[in-house]
Design a protein around this ligand. Structure first.
Ligand code: FE
Ligand code: ZN
Length: 521
């Protein structure tokens, strides 16, 4: 009679799932089967030294995820059935979700593709399986975010064509180009860019503000997807950290390559977070904390400890670190100013901060707000109230690397716009900072190919087919917005209305529906 099989522990089962499914190929040489494993210069001598960060077998994985999924959909159903969209603080909040859906959710999908791709590229079985698991998590994040936010699409403007917008709208080229840059790098660089710099160092500055912002402003739907992703996030952070330590321990020649990637991807990630900074300080009706406070906790404290830990490998804090810390007093104000100016060309609403908002900002930013930004907002408000809500109709110059309009200021001088210039094959290229210039100068052949929205508009590449720019009364801005699939007059302009003070459709509907649910109108 057969003895019943001994039950294996999780570690053994994970070992069978990974190492036991690995073999060295013989019909084809290994370097032809894994063609991307060596060209970046990273030397790996022994993949068996890889420590598995996930240790989840497939059956356990599906069981955990299914359980989370059940809870998430129960909350989302309850939210929709109870008209949860009327329970948020006010309709300004909803604009943060438009930013998230068009700017962040498509990146989750790219993360899904990216981890599937690098998972295929590593000759080590442990790393391959861990990347495959993360790839599955990422597509789940993408789907749960779309489902959670879909309820808003029934009631508010600007949610209708987010993927199309992600591919075309000027400021969305900032997050899009960030991920495209990582996705087109080699597998080890992708892991340092996304697994380490993004998931480990910067993710708390993206998700915590959005998700606690959702909780603070009464959005159970977005809060639920955030919590549902949280346990995945901790696995992703473990993978990012394991990857960097593994690479650094394998060969001392890897250290300078990794250091350059850390410098580059810290700066690229930090630039994308500009959108989060303005969201926290200007777009949330009820604020969680200021950008500056978040930076101090999640970057200066946590990041400081991390780089102290990595110092034993010879790794230094990222090159742009000190500048990012110094810029925390200015970042959000400069960014919201740009969106306020270009509020006719973005599929969400902008507004000036109220007197109460400005007092909050002054308290949080004692060294910069009253001096540099309060006079600006007071001037804009006064103009708008007199019927002259200002919209810029010119197009800004963009940074060749991060693709953000050139509004950042010189280190140490918040009144002087910073720009840097490089030359490549006889052409001049402009960048917004020393950080972006370094990135450009190291790989100019990559960044000269950037699809810069402003250049593309001026070249006439951003109009619907059949548009005739020579027709009488042709308005290039309107034509571009049509190409973005924006509903002009509904998705864009001031929260307070095209005719200032009359209210945007979102604002008016929200107030009307809320009054209906609490009174007898
Ligand atoms: Fe994710
Ligand atoms: Zn830049």
């Amino acid at each position: 009679m057969d003895m019943p099989a001994k039950k294996l522990g999780l570690k053994e089962r994970y070992g069978l799932l990974t190492r036991d499914l690995h073999w060295d190929t013989t019909y084809q040489p290994m370097d032809k089967v894994f063609p991307y494993a060596s060209y970046e210069g990273i030397k790996i001598h022994d993949w068996s030294k890889w420590e598995d960060p996930f240790r989840l077998t497939m059956d356990a994985y599906w069981k955990y995820q299914a359980e989370k999924e059940r809870k998430l959909y129960a909350i989302m159903d309850a939210f929709a059935q109870n008209n949860g969209h009327l329970g948020v603080t006010d309709a300004r909040y909803i604009n943060t979700l438009k930013l998230f859906l068009t700017g962040v959710s498509p990146l989750e999908y790219m993360a899904h593709r990216g981890f599937a791709h690098v998972g295929r590229a590593f000759p080590g079985a442990g790393a391959r399986v861990a990347c495959q698991m993360q790839s599955l998590d990422e597509i789940r994040h993408f789907q749960t975010q779309i489902h959670s936010m879909s309820v808003y699409n029934k009631h508010y403007n600007g949610f209708h064509d987010w993927q199309h917008m992600h591919d075309r709208v000027w400021y969305l080229s900032v997050p899009k180009s960030f991920f495209d840059d990582a996705f087109t790098a080699g597998p080890f660089e992708f892991m340092i860019a996304i697994g380490f710099a993004f998931e480990y160092v910067l993710t708390n500055l993206l998700f915590v503000p959005f998700i606690s912002g959702a909780a603070y402003n009464g959005d159970m739907g977005a809060m639920a997807f955030g919590f549902s992703a949280q346990s995945d996030e901790s696995r992703h952070m473990t993978l990012g950290l394991e990857m960097i330590k593994f690479i650094l321990e394998q060969d001392p020649d890897n250290v300078p390559i990794v250091q350059r990637w850390i410098d580059k991807w810290f700066w690229r990630g930090y630039r994308v977070l500009t959108l989060v900074a303005m969201m926290m300080d200007y777009m949330l009706p009820k604020r969680v904390m200021s950008w500056k406070e978040a930076w101090e906790i999640y970057a200066e404290e946590n990041g400081g400890a991390l780089f102290a830990d990595l110092a034993r490998y010879g790794i230094k804090p990222p090159k742009g670190w000190a500048q990012a810390c110094a810029d925390k007093d200015y970042l959000s104000h400069q960014a919201w100013n740009v969106f306020y100016n270009y509020g006719a060309a973005a599929p969400f609403h902008t507004w000036t901060p109220s007197a109460q908002d400005m007092d909050w900002l002054a308290a949080k930013y004692p060294d910069s707000f009253d001096k540099h930004y309060r006079p600006l907002w007071e001037n804009y408000t006064e103009m708008a109230e007199k019927g002259n809500r200002f919209y810029s109709k010119t197009l800004p110059m963009l940074c060749q690397v991060c693709q953000i309009p050139m509004f950042f200021t010189e280190p140490g001088d918040p009144t002087k716009i910073c720009y840097r210039e490089s030359e490549y094959k006889g052409d001049k290229y402009h960048t917004c900072s020393d950080g972006c210039k370094d990135i450009f100068d190291y790989e100019p052949e990559k960044y000269v190919q950037s699809w810069l929205p402003v250049h593309q508009i001026y070249q006439g590449n951003c109009f619907e087919r059949g548009t005739d720019p020579t027709a009488e009364g042709f308005d290039p801005l309107i034509a571009v917005l049509q190409w973005y699939h924006m509903n002009i007059g509904r998705d864009n302009f001031d929260f307070n209305g095209i005719e200032y003070g009359k209210g945007s459709e979102d604002k008016n509907n929200f107030e009307k529906w809320r009054a209906m649910s609490t009174g007898n109108m």
